[in-house]
Design a protein around this ligand. Structure first.
Ligand SMILES: Nc1ncnc2c1ncn2[C@@H]1O[C@H](COP(=O)(O)OP(=O)(O)OP(=O)(O)O)[C@@H](O)[C@H]1O
Length: 238
């Protein structure tokens, strides 16, 4: 089996003391794979990602990045260690150009202009539409392209592990497809490890290698995505 990049082990997480949203959660994201966390609204999928990135301190359990505990590592240091988080709400700066938004992602390396240029160029090769629009205000781009800017900005820091929360929320079906293709490419071509939270169960099953289903904040079921296709009706579709 491929090796674990991110592990959430026996996590208890909540927003208020003594009120667990997640209990004894165990999730493993393996190298170069897309791992999806699925489950009903409010089950705690986004909460799991927030805990993984450090926006919420777990009450119990650990977060391991390549075997090393990052549970108590400050968020900005997690980024330096290769962990990145793309939240549900698009976070682009609408009045700034596409290129300015992308450059913000290279802030940590701003002293090394050659490196910044190289990463910018890698993004333009990955997302040719962004090169064409690099001088345009980001707010003028389509929703899917704004997602590309956001993901591109995140990739400027060369993460190895991406936490992605509902990447196609609010997008049309066509744009959503573009985003799913983009995520698959990042795993397959660039070897990134992706932990995805999604309500689009069918789409998530299409691009995921491995799936976790949560119920009442706990692990309910897990397995290769291919095994879930037949179970889809039983689990989620009324
Ligand atoms: N900032 C917060 N403060 C207090 N409770 C919160 C907060 N954010 C989420 N919750 C609660 O935690 C629970 C899990 O929410 P979470 O957003 O993780 O669920 P989810 O599975 O991602 O749902 P959805 O698919 O609807 O986004 C919900 O009951 C929610 O009301």
């Amino acid at each position: 089996m491929t090796d674990a990049v991110l592990e959430l082990t026996d996590l208890d997480v909540g927003y208020y003391r003594d009120l667990n949203i997640l209990s004894d959660l165990n999730v493993v994201a393996r190298r170069g794979q897309v791992t999806a966390i699925l489950g009903a609204n409010g089950v705690g999928k986004s909460t799991a990602l927030k805990a993984a990135f450090g926006f919420l301190a777990p009450f119990k359990g650990d977060v391991l990045l390549e075997g090393e505990s990052v549970r108590d590592v400050p968020t900005h240091e997690k980024i330096l260690k290769g962990l990145a988080y793309i939240p549900q709400q698009p976070g682009v700066f609408r009045d700034m150009t596409v290129e300015e938004n992308l450059l913000l992602g290279g802030w940590t390396f701003r002293g090394d202009r050659a490196q910044v240029r190289r990463k910018l160029e890698a993004n333009y090769q990955r997302f040719p539409a962004l090169r064409d629009k690099r001088r345009q205000a980001t707010g003028e781009l389509s929703g899917g392209q704004q997602r590309m800017v956001e993901i591109g900005r995140t990739l400027m820091a060369e993460p190895k592990m991406l936490l992605v929360d509902e990447p196609t929320a609010g997008l049309s079906k066509m744009l959503a497809n573009e985003v799913y293709v983009m995520l698959t490419d990042l795993a397959v071509k660039d070897g990134l490890t992706i932990l995805l939270v999604d309500q689009e169960i069918r789409q998530a099953l299409k691009i995921a290698d491995y799936v976790y289903v949560l119920e009442l904040g706990r692990n309910k079921y897990e397995g290769p995505a291919s095994e879930f296709k037949d179970l889809e009706k039983a689990f989620w579709v009324a």
